[in-house]
Design a protein around this ligand. Structure first.
Ligand code: 13P
Length: 366
């Protein structure tokens, strides 16, 4: 196991070196199709392939992206001239990981809640993906907030499945991205999001510890602490970043090397601005307080990104299924990934005027 742990910690270092991050493009076919339908893009396997080819052939993507998360279908797809996507990633020194959960099913006896499935047969699937060159994996468990939800049953069942996934993934030498998401949909306020996220993260780490998952060899992919999208009170960036960092400090052990946030339906611009503010706060701590500097240079974990919608959505709108838009689309993707790399460095300048980036997709994921 020592060799595997070393391999996994090296994978994490490579993924996030030079403030690079992860581009999530692992939407299941139903989720990808639903986004196409919203934008009037014909739903075909060829269009899903073409969209993924556009993303992966973005010139210089590797400057800001250390790894991409793929969906099973994409692993076996090829560029239009026949070379495989995996070969293209190898040539560009971009690592690849794979979503291994099988989506959410309704939770028994709790018809309003869901639980992520996919543990059956997972060990064999992990070995197949490792053989194809994958070095990391992802499992997403999402809970919704209402006045009475989530229930303890939902939190515990999802935390248990996340931990069992992470243990199997580490056994195969693949870095698990553990993604407990508290969704942004709803009218709840910031405090309620913080309360539920705290409860969920505490349960997740309790189960990870029970399964003896090596925390140094995993990546946590949580939500930022945000008010519900329909809450009338939308807090400013400082309040959101302070609340998010406080919640992480209270729940995430220092042994975890990286917190790579999901974007969760935030606009590209806001997701970058909030990540930037968190990293800026981090560098302010390091540069202004000698005591803290001596105690610990910065926050215990790197704060990074593993965004899907906040990177893809503005570009997908521009594309609209029209191949002649390739240059504009790839420019938009490149701009967003570089913006997020700047946000990791605390030097991102937020857009001042409303832009296409501000659109929020309401599409739910599976
Ligand atoms: P969002 O950034 O759109 O929330 O998606 C992240 C993700 O979970 C995909 O793996």
């Amino acid at each position: 196991m020592d060799m595997l742990i070393k391999k996994m910690t090296n994978t994490i270092k490579t993924l996030f070196a030079e403030e690079r991050g992860i581009l999530a493009m692992d939407e299941s076919n139903p989720t990808c199709n639903q986004r196409f339908i919203e934008l009037g893009i014909p739903v075909t396997e060829e269009n899903r392939r073409a969209w993924r080819e556009l993303i992966l052939t973005t010139p210089d993507l590797h400057h800001a992206i250390g790894g991409v998360i793929l969906f099973d279908e994409t692993v076996y797809q090829q560029q239009h001239h026949g070379a495989s996507f995996l070969q293209l990633l190898r040539e560009n020194n971009i690592l690849f990981g794979i979503k291994v959960d099988k989506g959410m099913q309704s939770l028994a006896l709790h018809p309003l809640e869901q639980m992520t499935s996919g543990l059956d047969g997972l060990r064999a699937r992990l070995n197949t993906y490792a053989g194809l060159g994958a070095v990391f994996t992802k499992w997403r468990a999402a809970v919704s907030i209402t006045a009475s939800l989530p229930t303890l049953a939902c939190i515990e069942a999802n935390a248990d499945a996340l931990a069992r996934f992470a243990a199997l993934s580490q056994e195969a030498g693949l870095v698990p991205i553990v993604e407990p998401e508290v969704m942004m949909t709803g009218t709840h306020n910031l405090d309620r999001c913080r309360e539920v996220t705290t409860q969920f993260l505490r349960a997740v780490f309790r189960h990870l510890n029970q399964q003896e998952v090596v925390l140094e060899a995993m990546i946590l992919k949580p939500n930022m602490i945000l008010p519900g999208a329909d809450c009338p009170m939308q807090e400013d960036i400082d309040t959101i970043t302070n609340t998010t960092i406080t919640c992480m400090l209270e729940t995430v052990p220092a042994a975890v090397p990286v917190i790579a946030f999901l974007s969760g339906g935030q606009s590209g611009d806001l997701a970058s601005a909030r990540l930037n503010a968190m990293n800026l706060r981090d560098s302010r701590i390091a540069s202004t307080s000698d005591d803290l500097k001596n105690l610990k240079q910065t926050l215990p974990w790197q704060l990074a990104f593993s965004f899907s919608r906040a990177i893809q959505f503005p570009a997908l709108q521009l594309w609209g299924g029209v191949h002649e838009h390739k240059k504009a689309v790839q420019d938009a993707i490149y701009r967003r990934v570089c913006d997020n790399q700047r946000a990791r460095r605390g030097v991102y300048q937020q857009l001042l005027e409303p832009s296409i980036d501000r659109a929020i997709t309401g599409v739910q994921k599976q």
